[in-house]
Ligand binder design. Structure first.
Ligand code: FUB
Length: 350
């Protein structure tokens, strides 16, 4: 697949959002990529000032061979996209942040997220520092579209990947983060960085509790954690922690939190089993009880999602590899999220 670059002056208009039509689950509907002129992945979507903003990774071909550590994901910058409505025109606001403008970062600008507080937009992103350790950075702007200016240092005490910030109805913001294998979460298992832990806890640990995503409430200025990171526990139907060997249900990466009808929904990717799953709880800290699959595997190795309320309807943003057929060159998509009358999310078969 060749990709065609279309650029106008300041704003680059991406192709019209290809939604096909948003049929209810079970009805075959062709969901088209939202952006066709760049490869995009890991879409974190938010509604700011009545507009939908998408904060994705920008996939590139760097000719680095594929490995279990995600060495082939060598992203160097971010673009921000916006739409007036689902199905509307997708506007590319250009480069919002480049690795060369982040003093502490070396490479691999992975899945980002954004938040707003008191007139400032905050852009959170993981990148490897000069020692090859993933940290979470923060950059700020007065516009949701950027460009963003990075802080000199990563967030103190941060590690691993995939930051996702949830603002609760009481105004408190929480950051969820973590990813195993290439995301290095397992290397922090003992509290200190252990380079020898490559993918997860390893053989012989299958019956131990699975590694957990982490969460911390953000400081008032949104630039640091107000407390040490805590485990996000996911329990099974008997109230027992999911086990490391439970690959179809345990957390791998790509955490997201949303609140619906007063309940907290923690959702995530199971990585090597390619599912998007969710668990439900009564506090943003958890514990969360495993509920089910949001989406079955897409084309490609990973998927990574966000869930957002757009004028009372809920949508799932995610990615697959339709445009390239290659696992590291992905494209973002959106489709409606459907629930039953108890709030349970209906499984999507992409
Ligand atoms: O895009 C790089 C990594 O792949 C993300 O950080 C993960 O969530 C996975 O989508």
């Amino acid at each position: 697949m060749t990709i065609k670059m279309i650029s106008f002056n300041k704003l680059v208009v991406a192709f019209v959002a290809g939604l096909g039509s948003l049929h209810a689950q079970g009805t075959p509907a062709k969901i088209k990529p939202l952006v066709n002129d760049l490869y995009t992945a890991d879409p974190s979507a938010h509604v700011f000032n009545g507009k939908i903003y998408i904060y994705p990774s920008h996939d590139i071909e760097a000719d680095v061979p594929q490995d279990d550590e995600g060495g082939h994901f060598q992203m160097r910058d971010y673009h921000v996209y916006s739409m007036d409505k689902i199905g509307g025109k997708v506007i590319d606001h250009g480069v919002a942040l480049d690795v060369k403008d982040v003093p502490w970062a070396d490479k691999q600008m992975w899945a980002p997220d954004a938040a707003y507080k008191n007139g400032t937009y905050f852009f959170y992103f993981p990148a490897k520092d000069k020692e090859g350790v993933f940290r979470i950075g923060v950059a700020t702007s007065k516009s949701p579209a950027g460009p963003f200016k990075a802080e000199e240092k990563p967030i103190p005490g941060s590690y691993s990947i995939d930051p996702a910030v949830f603002k609760d109805t009481d105004g408190k913001s929480y950051m969820y983060l973590g990813g195993i294998w290439g995301g290095q979460l397992q290397r922090w298992h003992t509290g200190n960085y252990d380079k020898t832990l490559m993918t997860d806890l390893g053989k012989g640990h299958e019956n131990e509790p699975a590694l957990s995503a982490k969460v911390a409430v953000m400081s008032n200025d949104m630039l640091s954690f107000a407390e040490p990171l805590r485990d996000v526990q996911i329990l099974d139907e008997n109230g027992k922690p999911l086990l490391a060997g439970d690959n179809n249900r345990r957390f791998f990466e790509g955490a997201w939190l949303h609140k619906y009808n007063g309940k907290y929904y923690f959702s995530y990717s199971t990585g090597d089993t390619h599912l998007l799953c969710y668990a439900e709880g009564t506090s943003p800290y958890g514990p969360f009880t495993y509920k089910g699959v949001i989406m079955n595997p897409v084309e490609g190795w990973t998927t990574h999602h966000s869930i957002v309320d757009v004028k009372g309807k809920w949508y799932l943003f995610y990615h697959d590899s339709e445009l390239s057929g290659k696992t590291h060159l992905r494209n973002v998509k959106v489709r409606e999220l459907v629930r039953d009358s108890n709030g349970n999310i209906k499984t999507i078969n992409p």
